[in-house]
Design a protein around this ligand. Structure first.
Ligand SMILES: [Zn+2]
Length: 251
């Protein structure tokens, strides 16, 4: 196994370290645990470590306080994925914090991204079963991730690319990482990162339902509670192919 020494990029409100397992700058950044009650995202990013080479950085747990409690929000009750500084809204359905960048966890990720300038960012969440591309610059990466999978591995997902994804996301997810990194962020040389939100499937062995059932998160939580290893076994093949494609792109 390739060993990459962790770099502490910040601390949570309760003082827990936020770690990145970093390669050299400018590559692909994989992020899990933005929501603390989505443990599969943490496991899958950590699991990717042996595959990670060179220009890949892994951030398994952005929200370590939430992960310790098993809660979506951080220890102040803020949804970190509504706290980013682009299209932030005080009246967001999920609690966005008192202002953009009010939380140390979202600031730590912002500062790391601005310093490391990943060309590609993939953030994992439960459980919409989607490859969601923010910004027109993200469409080729989303397509490469989709193309990396077999037809059966694709069946629990749908591919959402600009403009559909952007329009929906700004309504549903104001102040999200996807909004900021996909639409709001440009590096000093004018380039923009490809930004993918990879929503894990709620029914990993079934074709994605249309419309999505209301209880998609409860379904995947219940499966995780009784059979976490089985869930991971069902999803890791397709996800591994997608993440390898995301890390190989543009190298
Ligand atoms: Zn989430």
């Amino acid at each position: 196994m390739k060993l990459i020494h962790p770099v502490v990029i910040g601390r949570s409100i309760e003082g827990r370290e936020i770690e990145v397992l970093a390669g050299v700058e400018g590559g692909t950044l994989l992020i899990g645990g933005i929501h603390g009650d989505e443990p599969a995202t943490i496991s899958l990013v950590r699991e990717f470590l042996p595959c990670a080479e060179g220009r890949v950085a892994l951030l398994p747990v952005l929200n370590p306080d939430g992960a310790a409690r098993g809660t979506r929000y951080n220890s102040r009750g803020v949804d970190l994925n509504r706290n980013f500084g682009f299209s932030w809204r005080a009246d967001s359905i999920e609690p966005p914090g008192p202002g953009p960048w009010s939380e140390p966890e979202s600031r730590a990720l912002r500062d790391f991204i601005l310093a490391w300038r990943p060309a590609r960012i993939v953030a994992l969440h439960w459980a919409l079963g989607e490859i969601d591309a923010d910004g027109a610059q993200s469409t080729p990466l989303a397509t490469a991730m989709w193309d990396a999978m077999s037809a059966s591995e694709r069946s629990p997902y749908r591919l959402r690319v600009t403009p559909e994804a952007g329009r929906d996301a700004v309504l549903e997810c104001p102040g999200s990482l996807g909004q900021w990194a996909g639409w709001g962020l440009a590096y000093p040389d004018g380039s923009r990162p490809a930004m993918i939100t990879l929503e894990l499937p709620h029914e990993p062995v079934a074709a994605r339902a249309e419309p999505l059932p209301e209880d998609h998160v409860q379904t995947v939580r219940a499966r995780w509670a009784r059979d976490a290893e089985g869930y991971l076994a069902d999803v890791r093949g397709g996800i591994g192919k997608m993440l390898r494609a995301a890390c190989a792109a543009g190298m």
